[in-house]
Each structure stands twice: as C-alpha cells, then as structure tokens.
Write a protein that binds this ligand. Structure first.
Ligand code: PMP
Length: 347
C-alpha cells in the first residue's frame, strides 16, 4: 500500500476491548459500560423522534442538547460542543491544535487512544511518569508542545488528580491542556472550573458511562467560545443524528435517575474493592466506574484467563506498566459477586 501516508501504514490502530457477538453469554466488565439501562425518559425521547421526521437532517448545531448541557454545567451554550462520542472531540482537538511533526504529551499510563490519534496526525508523543508526590517526572519548567492530554480520573488506574495539580499544569503548558473527564461523574471532584480560569483548558465529558449511552455515541467538550468555534469548523456538520440529540437532552435533564445510578455503582465499587483487599489484592482507590487491581501473585494475565474461562470479560493490558493487574468495570452487584467468586477460587 505505497499510496498510504507513511504514518498510517506504520501505525497499529486502536483496539477496543473484546466485543463478543453474543452479549448474553458474557458478563462484560471490559469497556466500562454502565450495567443499568438509560433513563426511561431517554427511551421516550428517542421513540418520539422515530418517524417521518427522520427524512430531515438534524439540527447541525445540536442546540437543545447544548442548552441542556449548559444548564447542567453552568456555561452558556457557546462554551459547549456536542460530539459523536467524546472520542470524536478528542480527535478534533488534535486536528485543530497539532500539526504534522508537532508534539502531544500525556501521563503514562493514560487512555491509549491518544497515541493512536497522534499517529494518525503524524504528531510526536512525549510521555511523563508521575511520582508519589504528584510531580511529573522530568517535566520541563515550561512544556512547549501543542497539546497535553490529562485523563481525570486517570484511566486505567482510576485515581483523581488534585485540582491544584491540574491548574499548575495548565500554567506550565504553552499549548492546550485537554482534561478528559470521561469518568468524572463517578468522582467527588472535577476540573470544570478551570475552563473559566485558564484560557488553555478544555474539559471533555461523555454520556457513554454515567448516562448509560455508550451505544448512542454522545460526548461533549466545554471550552472558551473561541476554542469551540474552531472545533465547530472541523467536525462533521451533522455529527449528532436526531435520535442522539433527543437522547442527550433527555439524559442530561433527568438528574434524579442519573444520580441514583451513580450512587448504586459507587456503592458496588466500594464494596467490591473492600472484598478484593480481603483477598490480598492491591487495589488503587478508584474515582471511576472501574477499578485497577493487582492479584497477590502479580500475574494479571492468569486472573484474566480464569475469568475469561467463566465467561467474565475484564481488561488486561500487555503494557509492562499494567500487565501485573486488571482493569475491572463495575457492573451490577450480582455481576460483581460472580466475579468475586471466581477470584476467591483463584486465591
Ligand atoms: N476517554 C476515556 C478515558 C475513555 O476511557 C473513553 C472510553 N473508551 C473515552 C474517552 C471515549 O468515550 P466515548 O467516545 O464513548 O465518549
């Protein structure tokens, strides 16, 4: 394929968590989906949209969804862009701010899609470790790359960064600081207020996890209007279909349902972590809807295989920083009890 751009020919491509064709057979705890259904109001809103009106294009500006997000987060709609999953807006942020041969950076480990996006763009990648005192290792006084991705809470490890760390980082980054808050709804804190305070901060969110809408592909970014205007130039002009727009508005407006799901998931998470520790697993305190946990023999692959044999899917990463552990999404209490039973046998 000599006609391909060299970086595309050479890159590996992102590999999502294993998706079985037959979803019934498996307990699926490998892609951080929500075990509960979307709000009944979301289903109603989608059904109300299904019909003759689908022959017409959707609202190109996703106004109703942006207004709902604006009400919820306390920003004017011109500070918000809706996206076809937050992956879309991460992609468009790189396209807007990083040229071929320029550089992005992130903390290692982070969401592995950032490296894929950089490879597509032909951008260089620089990674930084983090020490126990919240210092990025070998971080320059000023970071001169074009874009820094910070996933908060961290994925796949689950910890939250202190706000003071994120604000200091924003001050030391010449380019954009994109705070990927895919899991922030499960955390006590987030970095939203920095969008107003720091002119280079963008916060991204998703409805895939906390709103149970991974199948709809809905995400968003919050940033200064000039950043949003730039992202609007880049995106597909009809990036959200009519059903997705209806779903987004209804989901964001039904905060009672949202909160009840979050409470259940966080309670299950905290119970599951306690039980893992009883089995001598090392568990990183998690602010997400998943936990990163290390078995006593530090053999993540063995535990992965034991679960897989019982049709329980979790995530094992071959990255040497992560291979000793597993990332386990928090499902229903029953699913987590079954998972725990297998891990108890393994002990
Ligand atoms: N950021 C992080 C850290 C994620 O784990 C994910 C889900 N894989 C995403 C962004 C993308 O989520 P979505 O495109 O479903 O909104």
């Amino acid at each position: 394929m000599t006609r391909l751009r060299r970086n595309i020919a050479e890159m590996a491509g992102y590999v999502p968590g294993f998706q079985p064709r037959d979803n019934q057979t498996y307990i699926k705890l490998n892609t951080n989906e929500n075990p509960y259904p979307p709000s009944p109001k979301v289903i109603e809103a989608i059904l109300a949209e299904v019909g003759e009106g689908l022959r017409k294009y959707p609202d190109a500006a996703s106004c109703a969804a942006r207004e709902a997000a604006g009400r919820l987060y306390g920003f004017d709609p011109d500070w918000i862009i809706m996206a076809n999953g937050s992956d879309e807006v991460l992609n468009n942020l790189i396209r807007a701010f990083v040229g071929e041969g320029q550089e992005i950076a992130y903390v290692q480990p982070s969401y592995s899609y950032y490296a894929t996006l950089a490879a597509i763009q032909g951008a260089k990648v620089r990674t930084f470790g983090l020490d126990e005192e919240w210092n990025l290792i070998d971080f320059p006084e000023r970071y001169q790359g074009q874009l820094f991705f910070l996933v908060n809470p961290n994925a796949p490890l689950g910890f939250c960064y202190p706000l003071s760390f994120i604000e200091e980082l924003a001050g030391r980054v010449d380019g954009m600081l994109v705070v990927d808050e895919a899991y922030a709804d499960f955390a006590d804190d987030n970095a939203l207020e920095l969008v107003r305070r720091c002119d280079n901060v963008v916060v991204t969110r998703t409805l895939s996890k906390s709103y149970s809408l991974a199948g709809m592909r809905l995400g968003l970014a919050i940033a200064r209007p000039e950043v949003i205007a730039a992202l609007n130039k880049i995106r597909d002009h009809y990036n959200l279909d009519r059903l997705a727009q209806a779903a987004a508005g209804a989901a964001l407006d039904d905060q009672d349902y949202f909160r009840s799901c979050i409470e259940k998931i966080c309670a299950t998470r905290d119970w599951f972590c306690t039980e893992l520790r009883v089995l001598d697993w090392e568990v990183i305190p998690s602010s997400g809807n998943f936990v990163f946990a290390v078995p006593p023999d530090r053999n993540g692959l063995r535990a992965y295989q034991a679960l897989f044999e019982r049709n329980i899917l979790v995530r094992h990463f071959s990255d040497p920083l992560l291979a000793h552990g597993l990332r386990i999404s928090i499902g229903s209490r029953e699913e987590m009890e079954q998972t725990l039973a297998v891990l108890q046998e393994l002990a």
